[in-house]
Design a protein around this ligand. Structure first.
Ligand code: HEM
Length: 505
């Protein structure tokens, strides 16, 4: 009898051990979620009060500062719990852990941004977006099927290279615009960022629809279609941050912020549709719209929605990056000179048309772009909603939690980049630096299956415009140093009154 009992216990133990998966063991051994450090939520108002005016110190424009302070106070994993109307957030400041989360991502990763846009696409304007609502603020199967259909046209280097010429034409038009708007001291006006927005919109229109909007031709009236679209995109980004981080009153009633937000989205959708119609009438075949139409002939709606998504997120992101790179080059004349020398070597004359081979040779140009986006990433963090229970940094993180990768903070830590506070483009050059950066610290375009869909176009646009400007002008900035603010992208905060001095070549 006793022998049988011992054998039964042994068999039970064996079968339990066989069914426990390694991740279950990891989960069992991890520390409980309640132990993740972070600011304590108050009863009833949780941590939401910290975003309220006057009493809270988490101002949305200063999320960079808040994030840095949380890291210094609590360490590499910080929980922000008790956010009324939205799931907890866990901020992650550890590159190895970020890498682990990214490398284990599932087929349909969920980036938990913009629930308000999700509502707009799926409920309010369902008549326009229908089943194929694009990729921004769309999740699961709907996101997957859309992304699969458009990814090839958006990310294949072979296709992207075809756009060098139209993008260079737009960059040339921008340098002519600089010539035109400079005053007698060769300084551009205070609203130079708006000029960069115009360049960005013109470039996206050339790429997405192969149309010329004429943004850079003359001074645009304030109520022109182009200026209205630029204003709508800026308003969209300004309001989306407020709607996401503050208590979501919009889910209960139409707040003024919500109404402005919807108006801006309606304007973007309406204007894009108008431009799409214009593009279709003009029988041109070089646009992304036409390429996607050719790949998905039965689904013209997909090409239309893709164009809306591109106008939505492809303007302010790229223009902020350009503004920031020009500003850093103006602060670091020695680096600017080094870049100018490289451009001179590759492109001896201002008249030589740029090709993709030229761009391949400009490694210092790419290094300047990377270094700016390391120190001042346009989007300061990225995130994923955990779709299953996951162990992160030794803690049990339950499904549904929003994990936010704090790239801005960590890419400015000495631990990852020696002399992190110095603008040193050479750290990105293969042969001149012995410290190889951790590949998951600075990820300005995200990573994995949901990585930025416009990345290759953004890279191309930025490389060409910076190469053209530095080739033609010496850039100076003669005023007090600017702080960076979330505005709504991470932007040098103040009038970008650059001086552009012509170079001769
Ligand atoms: C400097 C310029 C840009 C930056 C820094 C940037 C950054 C980002 C980041 C961080 C993401 C999230 C990626 C992730 O979750 O892993 C993203 C997504 C996206 N970006 Fe960009 N972006 C830029 C330009 C553009 C442009 C020019 C376009 C369109 C032409 C674009 C279209 C998109 C789209 C459609 C997504 C969503 C992809 C998806 O969820 O499947 N972006 N971008």
């Amino acid at each position: 009898m006793a022998v049988r009992a011992v054998l039964r216990v042994f068999a039970r133990r064996q079968s339990t051990a066989a069914t426990i998966l390694p991740e279950q063991l990891e989960w069992r051994d991890a520390r409980p979620y309640s132990e993740v450090p972070g600011p304590k939520p108050l009863p009833v108002v949780g941590n939401t009060w910290r975003f309220l005016p006057y009493i809270g110190n988490f101002r949305i424009e200063e999320v960079d500062r808040v994030s840095r302070e949380l890291y210094h106070k609590y360490g590499p994993v910080v929980k922000l719990a008790g956010l009324l109307g939205r799931p907890d957030m866990v901020f992650l400041y550890d590159a190895d852990e970020i890498e682990r989360v990214f490398r284990n991502e599932e087929l349909m990763p969920h980036r938990p941004s913009m629930p308000s846009l999700n509502y707009y696409k799926h409920v309010l304007r369902k008549d326009i977006f229908g089943q194929h609502a694009g990729v921004i603020a769309v999740h699961g199967k709907s996101w997957y099927s859309f992304r699969t259909k458009v990814q090839q046209a958006m990310l294949q280097p072979r296709i992207v290279k075809l756009y060098v010429k139209p993008i260079e034409d737009t960059a040339k038009a921008f340098t002519q615009r600089i010539n035109k708007i400079r005053d007698e001291h060769l300084e551009v006006p205070e609203d130079f960022l708006n000029e960069i927005h115009k360049w960005s919109l013109e470039s996206i229109a050339r790429v997405a629809l192969d149309i010329r909007l004429g943004c850079l031709d003359d001074d645009l009236p304030h109520d022109s279609d182009t200026q209205t679209l630029i204003n709508a995109v800026t308003t969209f980004f300004e309001k989306v941050g407020v709607l996401e981080l503050k208590f979501p009153f919009w889910k209960i009633f139409n707040t003024p912020t919500w109404c402005t937000y919807i108006k801006s989205l309606d304007t973007i959708t309406r204007m894009t549709k108008k431009h799409i119609q214009q593009a279709q009438q003009s029988a041109r075949t070089d646009s992304l719209l036409q390429r996607v139409l050719a790949l998905e002939p039965g689904h013209p709606h997909i090409a239309h929605v893709l164009a809306i998504d591109m106008f939505l997120v492809g303007i302010d992101t790229t223009s902020t990056a350009v503004a920031s790179i020009l500003y850093q080059l103006s602060l670091h004349p020695d680096k600017q000179e080094q870049l100018y020398n490289e451009i001179q070597q590759v492109l001896p004359s201002q008249e030589t048309p740029i090709t993709s081979q030229h761009l391949e040779q400009m490694s210092y140009l790419k290094a300047c772009i990377k270094e700016t986006l390391r120190m001042y990433p346009v989007v300061i963090g990225n995130g994923r909603c955990m779709t299953r229970d996951t162990v992160i940094a030794g803690y049990q993180i339950p499904a549904g939690t929003h994990v936010v990768f704090q790239h801005y903070v960590i890419s400015n830590l000495e631990q990852y980049f020696p002399e992190a506070d110095k603008f040193l483009p050479e750290r990105w050059l293969k042969h001149s630096c012995n410290h190889k950066p951790h590949p998951f610290v600075s990820l300005p375009f995200g990573y994995g299956r949901r990585m930025c869909l416009g990345r290759r176009f953004a890279d191309l646009e930025i490389q060409i415009i910076i190469a053209k400007i530095v080739q033609m002008f010496k850039i100076q900035y003669k005023y007090k140093k600017l702080e960076y603010r979330i505005h709504p992208m991470y932007t040098p905060d103040g009038p970008l009154k650059f001086t552009f001095i012509n170079r001769t070549s």
